[in-house]
Design a protein around this ligand. Structure first.
Ligand code: FAD
Ligand code: DLZ
Ligand code: SF4
Length: 508
């Protein structure tokens, strides 16, 4: 007989390794193992999500006639690793072949390839662009710009196109219409809610028992764990959120973790939703006049553009990519990333929300916690480990390029053409945090001045040699050079003082 491996982020009925096997003769192995649950200190709710969704998927496979060997986390003979479980089950079942689908993470794929196992590999066809197709697209190009990749994907997938193949509305990109600050008092739709069933409750108890040393709340888990629930979450967004997605994509508001974001990333990444169907639903919603084009285009760009593009970069450049540190940053991650205990209101709000829900939307990740890490010169490996740990949707293939490349500019601009550095003014424009902050966003050098301001100029001054030639930063360097020398000296000193306080363990 043959054995098929289904990992915790491969919970799709049309997974390639399942398609290659026969339920009448072959068997499936699924295993909850310590190595996967502990290689970073995952948020407890992320472990609840993976284990509960795995258990539900195993039952659904059995209902479809599959023989599933399921190893629970606390099973007495659990070896603690995926490779160990494959070796054990291969022997006891006498399996001649083990069918596996490409892993999401280089780390695990390498461990499998290094093991003495009769593996038969399958492409992960759940992505629209294979690793090989991305490598072909990248070959011979001097710069790998997302926008170029995205246009090719729109044509290939036939999404938001006019009958003659030109882009709907006459443009590939409607960013000019998007990214508005949130009007005062506007709230996002009520969030979809998911009751915990007996399976999830049992997993919550298990996680509480074994992972109390991980940061983040286990209580309040409220996320889909089955395909049906994921579909409900998706329909909820289509009905109530998508129409305003483009307009308020970059807005942040106190007490509004989701605003007009879909909250589907974790469900997509573990296989409970299918990216093709999601994009087709958005295309249909636009064609039927239910959502404006700027919303539909903005949303589809995130999926067939950014999501596929970062995966392509990951597999093109790993394992060396994980080691890059273009700006030579070495500062350890401040403790307040794990506790939210800081007077910086924006940081405290995003971190507290993250610890409570395992979720923050893109601008919170990029322009608040990410921006601070960039300005403060945090070591890329430390901040990457944080992002990989704290979000329910975090897997190395998507977290690493976003953090190391987009946020930290540690790849020297391979992924993003300029660092997304910003002062407190950006956060003030896009959120309501500053009004409630004990720091003053309009000040840079005084004792209570917003730390983002001095750190922003300090970052630009200390990295002048690496950044000043970048045409997209020409204007900010002109502003810096136009600053009165005494003021430049004062922001530098304030920046030095803030960094010294971080080094002394002060939570700012
Ligand atoms: P929406 O805003 O509603 O967007 C819809 C979908 O588009 C998302 O579900 C996601 O699948 C996709 N998407 C949007 N932006 C990106 C992007 N930059 N890269 C890849 N896919 C994107 N996303 C992850 O799925 N896992 C991660 O580990 C992850 N780490 C990140 C780390 C940093 C530092 C940053 C800046 C971004 C990261 N992202 C990650 C991308 C993005 O922040 C999340 O996908 C998004 O916030 C998920 O929430 P949502 O489903 O409500 O997204
Ligand atoms: C994230 C995760 C966790 C917490 N636990 C498991 C597990 O016990 N068993 C499993 O098969 N997968 C788990 N996962 C997801 C894997 O870490 C993920 O499949 C790989 O990192 C992607 O290559
Ligand atoms: Fe954040 Fe500065 Fe605004 Fe405070 S003043 S919320 S630290 S941007």
């Amino acid at each position: 007989m043959r054995l098929g491996l289904v990992l915790g982020d491969q919970l799709s009925f049309d997974l390639a390794s399942l398609a290659a096997l026969d339920p009448a003769h072959d068997a499936i192995l699924m295993a909850e193992v310590a190595q996967e649950a502990r290689y970073v200190p995952h948020h407890p709710q992320k472990i609840v999500l993976i284990f509960s969704a795995m258990r539900h998927f195993a039952l659904a496979l059995r209902a479809r006639g599959w023989q599933v060997h399921y190893v629970a986390f606390d099973a007495a003979d659990n070896s603690g690793t995926i490779v160990g479980e494959l070796q054990r089950w291969r022997q006891s079942l006498g399996a001649t072949q083990i069918h596996v689908t490409e892993c999401g993470e280089w780390r695990l794929e390498q461990a499998l390839r290094d093991a003495q196992l009769p593996l038969v590999w399958h492409r992960d066809t759940r992505f629209l662009c294979s690793r090989e197709a991305f490598a072909r697209w990248a070959q011979g190009r001097s710069g790998l710009r997302m926008e170029h990749f995205y246009r090719g994907m729109r044509k290939r997938c036939g999404l938001l196109l006019e009958p003659d193949g030109s882009p709907a509305g006459g443009a590939w990109n409607f960013d000019g219409d998007n990214r508005k600050p949130l009007p005062r008092g506007l709230r996002g739709p009520f969030p979809a809610h998911f009751e915990q069933d007996a399976i999830t409750s049992a997993v919550v108890a298990l996680v509480r028992q074994h992972f109390s040393d991980h940061y983040g709340a286990v209580d309040g888990f409220d996320y889909p764990v089955t395909h049906d629930q994921a579909q409900q979450l998706w329909r909820h967004f289509l009905d109530y959120g998508l129409a305003a997605f483009g307009d308020y994509q970059d807005a942040m508001a106190e007490g509004e973790p989701y605003l007009f974001h879909a909250r589907i990333s974790a469900a997509l990444n573990i296989g409970l939703l299918d990216v093709r169907r999601v994009c087709e639903d958005v295309d249909t919603a636009w064609r039927e006049g239910r959502v404006p084009l700027n919303a539909a285009e903005g949303f589809i760009r995130q999926l067939i553009g950014w999501r596929e593009y970062v995966r392509g970069i990951y597999w093109l450049r790993m394992p060396a990519y994980a080691e890059l540190n273009h700006l030579h940053n070495t500062r350890p991650l401040p403790d307040f990333y794990w506790t939210g205990r800081t007077r910086m209101r924006c940081m405290a709000q995003v971190i507290e929300q993250t610890l409570k829900l395992g979720y923050a939307h893109h601008i919170q990740r990029l322009m608040v916690t990410g921006n601070f890490a960039l300005l403060a010169g945090i070591a890329p490996t430390a901040i990457c480990q944080w992002y990989l740990s704290v979000y329910l949707d975090a897997f190395d293939w998507v977290e690493l390029p976003n953090t190391l490349g987009m946020v930290m500019h540690a790849d020297g601009g391979y992924l993003g053409s300029k660092p997304y550095c910003a002062s407190g003014r950006y956060i003030q424009r896009m959120s309501d945090h500053c009004k409630a902050c004990s720091y003053k966003v309009e000040q840079a050098t005084e004792a209570d001045a917003c730390p983002f301001n001095a750190l922003y100029w300090h970052f630009l001054i200390r990295h002048r040699a690496q950044l000043a030639h970048n045409p997209r930063l020409a204007l900010v360097y002109r502003n810096l050079d136009g600053m009165a020398p005494a003021r430049r000296e004062a922001v530098w000193r304030r920046g030095q003082a803030l960094l010294a306080r971080l080094d002394a363990g002060d939570c700012l």
